[in-house]
Design a protein around this ligand. Structure first.
Ligand code: PLP
Length: 501
């Protein structure tokens, strides 16, 4: 007897899908998830910011590849037990590590709705593309960027930098890079940025085939802003040596200290020298939403391309960033590649221009626009402006607490929302870098707060980057108290040790 599985008719009778056999059960599971996640957000302040992933959880996450179905209810139980309790911590009011946003409840639901519709925003004529176009238009308007500019939403500012710098390279190369590539023996294309630029800028330059030696890291002044004279000199020197200066990358909010380059000065210089100006405004560009802070980033709107994030200082769920390009034609020329199966039609589903895949390297693109469209409407741009200003004022408050505390010292100015400081020890007796590194570890391991760290002028320090809409002044007071307490504990412990030996 043949097995029934090989009978074509029984195949037809047993056609499967991935939809639930029991829709009611899936629906009540979904309701539980919603209730649980709302409580998770609502009571986040009561939990430790971070905790170690325990061994049994790591063990659980090494289980073999599932070959047969498991019950959604059981999978969700495992999520509750093994995954949900061990987050990065960035939704917590005392998380200020790196630059990571906090998310919101409605943003979370928007992700649910977007995944439910599950459209592809490569192109074609469907409503999601109109939502993204509106969000991109809103982005231009809120930053004062020209209306005729083109743009698209991307995963984050790394990708937005790559998009902007690709357009810059192709426009400024002086030959057809898309066709001829960079293999020829030509003059060297040079990009410029400050010593404080983000790693994503260098990665983009590397990915573009220019090589990191073609990215000049120009020195900064005492406020960590690019030195315009040094930039000017570097450009002249490169021209004299027969290279091809092409693009300057300005910083609106550097990763280390939040420094903002003189963007108007950069725009003037680029105009004079005939160079492309790209601005990495990952979080700092959003200072433009606050009328009080806006002057800090003036000149931003003159950039040829602009990259920023909505998941950092607009607090939207990760991932969402935006790339804007002043000249739509240059933008499209850098990425558009249409063959028969992607051809646009005048009408119907294949109508509707532009198609977003013509503005970036990705074809299939998710509906990240929806969380932006819903969030911006929920809060309004004025409230975002107030929150950004609140974060800057909190950073100023923390800087004041640091300056008042004899045990602490600040290592950099605080032009925006980032504070770099450390616990002071006598370097003749103890290693300040090691002590402060230990303070960082204990703050996290005790679940108190998560700053991050960096080195300023060769000194390791704690670094608080505030893009957190949940933080309150008392959170910064607690941070300062605890840094001092832990610092003293460490020193007492070390003295104990030296006495014993
Ligand atoms: C975070 C950041 C980036 C990279 O953005 P992602 O969203 O992490 O890809 C680039 N530049 C600066 C200044 C940043 O802070």
């Amino acid at each position: 007897m043949e097995e029934s599985g090989s009978d074509p008719i029984s195949h037809a009778l047993s056609e499967e899908s991935l939809d639930p056999a029991n829709w009611e059960a899936m629906c009540s599971l979904g309701h539980r998830m919603v209730d649980d996640m709302i409580a998770y957000l609502r009571f986040v302040r009561d939990r430790p910011v971070w905790r170690r992933v325990p061994e049994d959880v790591k063990e659980h996450l090494r289980r073999p590849l599932p070959l047969d179905p498991q019950l959604p209810e059981e999978i969700y139980e495992d999520f509750l037990n093994y995954i949900l309790p061990y987050p990065l911590g960035n939704i917590h009011p005392r998380f200020w590590g790196w630059v990571i946003g906090t998310g919101t409840p409605l943003g979370m639901f928007a992700e649910l709705l977007a995944a439910g519709m599950n459209p592809n925003l490569a192109g074609a004529n469907h409503v999601a593309n109109y939502v993204e176009r509106q969000v991109v238009d809103w982005c231009k308007e809120m930053l004062g960027y020209p209306r005729r500019a083109s743009g698209l939403l991307v995963s984050g500012c790394s990708m937005a930098n790559l998009v902007g710098l690709t357009v810059a390279r192709n426009k400024m190369a002086g030959f057809n890079v898309r066709k001829d590539g960079l293999q020829g023996n030509r003059e060297r294309i040079i990009f410029y940025t400050s010593a404080e630029a983000h790693t994503s800028v260098q990665k983009a330059v590397e990915l573009l085939g220019l090589g990191s030696n073609s990215l000049r890291r120009v020195p900064v002044d005492e406020e960590f802003r690019i030195d315009l004279d040094a930039l000017d000199t570097a450009i002249s020197r490169d021209r004299e040596e027969g290279h091809r200066p092409a693009c300057v990358i300005g910083n609106a909010g550097t990763i280390n200290t939040g420094a903002i380059d003189d963007l108007d000065g950069l725009a003037d210089l680029c105009k004079e020298e005939g160079l492309w100006l790209h601005v990495d405004g990952a979080f700092g560009a959003l200072a433009a939403l606050s009328p009080e802070l806006r002057p800090l980033v003036c000149g931003l709107e003159r950039a040829d391309s602009l990259a920023f994030d909505l998941h950092k200082w607009m607090y939207m769920p990760i991932e969402i960033g935006c790339a804007l390009v002043r000249n739509e034609r240059y933008h499209r020329e850098a990425f558009s590649l249409i063959e028969g199966y992607l051809a646009h039609e005048e009408r119907g589903l294949a109508g509707g221009a532009p198609w977003f895949h013509e503005y970036g390297p990705e074809l299939t693109r998710g509906f990240r626009a929806l969380k932006a469209w819903m969030s911006i409407r929920e809060h309004g741009i004025k409230k975002y402006g107030r929150l950004i200003r609140q974060n800057v004022e909190q950073a100023g408050y923390l800087a004041g607490l640091v300056d008042e505390a004899a045990e602490l010292e600040r290592l950099a100015p605080v032009p925006l929302n980032i504070v770099c400081f450390r616990f002071v020890v006598d370097p003749k007796e103890l290693d300040p870098d090691a002590i402060n590194r230990e303070i960082f570890h204990r703050l996290c391991e005790e679940g108190i707060a998560v700053p991050s760290y960096t080195t300023i002028s060769g000194n390791y320090c704690l670094r608080v980057a505030n893009t957190n809409h949940r933080s309150r002044r008392e959170d910064f007071e607690l941070l300062v108290q605890q840094v001092i307490r832990i610092g003293k504990d460490i020193i007492d412990g070390q003295e104990g040790k030296t006495e014993k030996t």
